[in-house]
Design a binder for this molecule. Structure first.
Ligand code: SF4
Length: 815
């Protein structure tokens, strides 16, 4: 019998009546204003569909804000969530994704058994058979082709303990450098930009800096859509006493842009000249902290000469931003006593990503606005646990922000894991994701384990990626909760437990560590990725240098305890943290040590940065070319704890609009979805709120092309095309925007944004260019079949309120 059936007067009906929602977060995304009165007031948001029998402490993992929440449980079902009033991140608030996304756990299409490919088809099998096959193929590939035949492509949505176990398995067990996360697509620029300026990864500041700052500078960061609770925090400042000034850089008229004191809308791909122009004004006006520059930085002079040509007129010529607007923005950024700046995908996924992100760091460095209340820069994370991917070294970095080129750092890691240093793959730089797929394409990678991510939707040039995944000589393992586009191409599919079905820790974008307790059992035979990796390690019989099992833990807390030791002495020091300490209260920002037993609000308070040659995470790069600085070169100019000011020269884009492809395309996100919609697409309310892709165009362009609102248009690049409805806004002419969340609709014309994007990446962070491609746009009705037109029009229609039902694409994995 359906336990949710409503029989009048029955316990079920009583429970249903007890279901509660504090607000309709779909219609009212940010909730009622609670202006600051000293502290950010508590506002507990809750949504339940049934009366919880118990509440289990956890954290929302649908964006990098990391809101503390409790999971409501009845029987073995998640029946709701409520924000944790005590939590430092959200003070009880939750956004629409947090309030609804948990419904995915109970989806009828969860994978509940392992699958193996037999006779060309994926067929159910046992865990033992699946893992035996994986271990057998893994051993054979190592024997025939060596450790470099193995690659692991993971996620920004696992738990710290899973990343840490993956690190030891891949690096000390197998000895491969081919380990990267889908965080490459969203956060690799954040980490490298922090490293280039401050010596190591790790956000300098705290979300509490938003509470007291005098000005906020959002650069390519659609905060109102991507981090709704953080935007609610900003709104409560904007609508409270002493509101901060707001400067927004975004080609689109986003919600934040509409609230800005100054909105700068540069042409896509021109962030760097815009920022150079702002820096030039600050320097010329003397809006700099000369004492801080003298005592705490190196290479200021290089910035002066590099920015000098970028007069407001030159900036206007290249970016399209009126010089008066540039000067107005510079005055706010140059004269506000304190300033919080953030960057996100509008910087990271565009051209010269690292070079641009570093200029925002430079702005803070030359003003001495870092390490003080209300004064910091966020190189914001995208995914919820991207910070942990980076900390644990499975995102192309070395573990615990150590330096893979520093023998002492390598030896320190080897000591914790009790292995010989030479077994760790530090003879080569860590391989980045796009290169992993190139190696698989060329046949040098033979074994690829994809965990919690859906590259068959999320990587650029989808057709090529799908062909690689389908190659005969590539053995593909996919761990996921759903049969994604990627899983459908796998040789083995392992059913994964989702958030709420396993215990672990998650660190958000302001270094706050939360404990997420297991609330329910996973469905069927699904297991956590940690369990799968531990099983694999046992079957591979990985050993340490004393012949004992390499991986010495058997559960999440054991992995966390090993990580505490591994991180000791590094910036991300968890040595003073424990599950016991995280239970019951708020999240705690690292470092947590004997000196800082309750964590630390902000780094670099003493003006000493992590740049000393024997401590830094890398030796840095030339920002324009990506050329690595050698250890010898770095040591010769050892910054010894001073922040590094790095200028960068503007380089023209690889593809310019022309007569055939006259528009510049950006891809991005909408408020109601997360990545490829694995979870959010399985919530009826979120799916109904944003059921289908679209292309956003300026009203001016639409009028010129004779395109009306909702009309189907074909967007075509040199790499492919899609057919989607038009959405007309006041965005800049010549620019188009398509959300990337949606795969192709099996029954209609192509709709996946990544059919259009180009294969190219930032030379330093290796982050792909998702926000720059030349496209053409035209009405599609003549070219589309009548059926396809009807279908897409129906989907578009449901965006205006009609019921949408289940996700129409196979949606994505946990990205
Ligand atoms: S802001 Fe992010 S972490 Fe917070 S509830 Fe929304 S999706 Fe979850």
């Amino acid at each position: 019998m359906d336990p949710y059936a409503r029989v009048p007067g029955s316990p079920a009906e009583q429970h249903a009546a007890a279901a509660s929602t504090t607000r309709d977060s779909i219609a009212d995304v940010w909730g009622p204003r609670t202006p600051f009165r000293g502290e950010w007031p508590v506002r507990v948001d809750q949504r339940t569909t049934w009366t919880p029998e118990r509440w289990v402490q956890s954290v929302c993992v649908l964006c990098s804000t990391g809101c503390g929440l409790d999971i409501g449980v009845a029987g073995n079902e998640i029946v709701g969530v409520r924000g944790r009033a005590v939590d430092r991140v959200n003070h009880g608030r939750l956004g629409p994704k947090g309030l609804h996304g948990w419904e995915a756990n109970a989806s009828a299409d969860r994978l509940i058994q392992p699958l193996v490919r037999r006779d060309g088809r994926l067929q159910p099998t046992s865990w033992d058979a699946a893992m035996s096959l994986i271990a057998d193929r893994s051993k054979r590939a190592i024997a025939e082709f060596g450790p470099g035949s193995h690659a692991f492509y993971n996620s920004g949505q696992l738990m710290l303990e899973e990343y840490y176990t993956l690190a030891i398995v891949a690096e000390a067990g197998i000895g491969t450098a081919h380990v990267d996360g889908n965080t490459r697509l969203c956060t690799s620029t954040a980490s490298i930009a922090l490293i280039e300026s401050f010596g190591t990864d790790g956000q300098p500041g705290s979300f509490t800096d938003f509470d007291v700052t005098d000005a906020i500078f959002l650069v390519g960061h659609n905060i109102a859509s991507t981090q709704t609770v953080l935007w609610a925090r900003v709104l409560d400042r904007l609508d409270g006493p002493n509101p901060p000034k707001l400067v927004v850089v975004d080609p689109r008229p986003t919600q934040a842009a509409r609230r800005a004191d100054v909105h700068l809308a540069p042409r896509p791909g021109t962030n760097l000249p815009l920022l150079n122009g702002l820096l030039r004004i600050l320097i010329r006006q003397g809006w700099i902290d000369e004492d801080f520059i003298r005592d705490h930085t190196v290479d200021f002079e290089a910035l002066v000469s590099q920015t000098d040509p970028w007069t407001p007129e030159a900036v206007e010529r290249v970016t399209g931003v009126p010089s008066a607007n540039l000067e107005a923005a510079a005055e706010i950024l140059g004269t506000s006593p304190t300033l919080v700046s953030t960057c996100l995908q509008g910087v990271y996924q565009s051209l010269q990503a690292t070079a641009s992100a570093v200029q925002v760091n430079n702005l803070h460095i030359i003003r001495g606005l870092i390490g003080k209340p209300g004064a910091t820069v966020f190189q914001m994370n995208g995914q919820p646990t991207a910070q942990n991917t980076r900390e644990c070294g499975v995102n192309g970095e070395f573990i615990a922000f150590r330096n893979w080129q520093n023998p002492t750092h390598v030896a320190d890691t080897a000591k914790v894991w009790n292995v010989e240093p030479k077994t760790l793959p530090t003879w080569t730089p860590p391989t980045h994701a796009m290169q992993i797929f190139q190696f698989a394409e060329s046949g040098s990678v033979r074994f690829l384990w994809i965990i919690g991510t859906n590259p068959a939707v999320s990587l650029p040039e989808l057709r090529r990626i799908r062909e690689i995944l389908a190659k005969e000589d590539l053995f593909v393992v996919v761990s996921d909760a759903f049969l994604t586009e990627t899983a459908q191409l796998a040789d083995v599919v392992l059913p994964a437990a989702l958030w709420g079905e396993k215990t672990g820790t998650a660190t958000n974008a302001d270094r706050t560590v939360h404990l997420a307790e297991k609330a329910i059992d996973p469905p069927g035979e699904a297991k956590s990725d940690l369990e799968a990796l531990l099983d694999y390690a046992r079957r591979m019989d990985f050993r340490d240098r004393d012949g004992a099992p390499l991986v010495k833990w058997s559960d999440a807390e054991g992995a966390f305890d090993s990580w505490r030791e591994c991180s000791r002495g590094r910036p991300c020091d968890y040595s003073g943290l424990s599950y016991a300490k995280l239970r019951g209260g708020s999240g705690i920002p690292w470092p947590v040590t004997d000196a800082y037993p309750d964590g630390k609000e902000r780094q670099y308070e003493n003006g000493v940065f992590n740049t000393a040659a024997d401590y830094c995470e890398t030796y840095g790069h030339d920002l324009a070319t990506g050329a690595a600085i050698t250890p010898t070169e770095y040591a010769a100019r050892d910054p010894k704890g001073r922040a590094i000011i790095k200028p960068a020269e503007y380089l023209p884009p690889p593809e310019e609009p022309d007569d055939a492809f006259p528009f510049l395309l950006m891809t991005g996100r909408v408020t109601y979805h997360w990545h490829t919609r694995t979870k959010t697409g399985r919530s009826a309310a979120l799916d109904a709120a944003a059921p289908a892709p679209f292309v956003e165009l300026s009203q001016i362009d639409a009028a010129r092309l004779g395109i009306s609102e909702g009309e189907l248009v074909e967007v075509r690049s040199r790499r492919g095309h899609i057919v989607v409805p038009a959405q007309l806004t006041g965005m800049e002419p010549g620019v188009a925007f398509v959300p990337f969340h949606y795969g192709d609709d099996a029954d209609g014309p192509p709709t996946a944004a990544n059919r259009l994007t180009l294969t190219g990446w930032d030379p330093v962070s290796k982050q792909p260019h998702f926000k720059y491609a030349a496209v053409s746009i035209q009405r599609a009705a003549a070219g589309a079949s009548a059926a396809a037109t009807d279908r897409l029009t129906a989907l578009a229609g449901s965006a205006t309120g009609q019921s949408a039902g289940a996700p129409r694409t196979a949606a994505g994995a946990r990205r």
